[in-house]
Design a protein around this ligand. Sequence first.
Ligand code: HSE
Length: 413
Amino acid sequence: MVSIGVLGYGVVGSGVVELIQRNIGNLPSKIGDDLSVQKILVRNMGKYKENQNLLTDKFEELLNEDIQIIVEVMGGLNPAYHYVKKALEMKKHVVTANKDLIAAYGDELSGIAENNGVTLAYEASVGGGIPILRPIGESLAANEISQIVAILNGTTNFILTKMYEENRSYEDALKEAQALGFAEANPESDVMGYDAARKLAILSAIAYNRKIDWQEIPTEGICQLDKEDMDYARKQGCTIKLLAMSHMTDKGLYGAVRPVLVPSGGSLGKIENEFNGIFIKGDAVGEMMFTGKGAGKLPTASAVLGDIVHIIQNNKKEKKACTREKISVTGLWDMPGNWFLRIQTSERYKMMAVLGQLFQTCNIFAEEEKERGEVAVVVEVKNEEELNEKIEYLQSKLGIMNVKKIMKLGEKA
Ligand code: HSE
């Protein structure tokens, strides 16, 4: 019998307990052992009606019981960090869905796990129910991964889908995502792109086998996007997605989270609502796409259970994250590409002439932008540095105040 202790009984915690209890009949035949939830740590014991016999508000009880695996689904850094550290030191395997924790302390905690001969597993921290970390770390280990382009935040993808397809306002769509339990306690983390940046750092560390500080990843959220951006996207046969992207460059790792125009019928454009999508390129396997529900109670619980089963079946250590070499991150896109610009100006004709001289390929939009006092244009440049220099030139020479730029990807990233 393998006994589980669960830290936290919110959306994901209740999903984990429900999934274990629901599958109790067929799990043993799959994993070769019985599984049972022994204790659930909660802050307020009076708040819950179900499984009251399992509830405790004392963390020590989970350490004292004969519990082999601790599932941490409380979220946030404190007290999760202290509890996970203590559990590992007490030689208990830990499974967590906590991306904040892994992005901040993953290396340290992996080191503690390794020193104590136990496993720290965190599949649920990236991509919700999509198995992605273990496939990249194990199944695709023979590959050199060269690129990741991903939708890693369900809340923002939900909001952008509703804005694009149903013409809904940003605020209205965010409220619905919160009601459905996708959004973080503080949704700023979703809409500013921090949640996706943390997940990109965790994923990229495994893909490129490097240590990555998520706070070095330049992050642009979706708050500044409006209905007009969606209209312009539609006119180009595109939609807008919050993409988390990384690839190796001569100068280090390119890594960024930013809104990007993608073809609406393409593989990333078709990923809707709370679904996530992860496109990767490996030197042996070629291009691969993983998709599935990136947020929500049971999809996330599914990934947690996957880790539990993996620990039981293998009872071996995960990859040694603590020995990875640190790599720094640059957020400037270094490849040739197209960019959509909205330039506020009262002198449209002068601006169009200057743009024509400045950029070799420059497709200017139609008439309606007149009313908006702007020029909307798709330009092609050899990299983002060149684009920024040209935008700076426009701003300094022509006194332009506001330039909005959105990267535009083709069907292939
Ligand atoms: N807030 C996160 C999201 C939850 O929307 O993707 C899953 O990590």
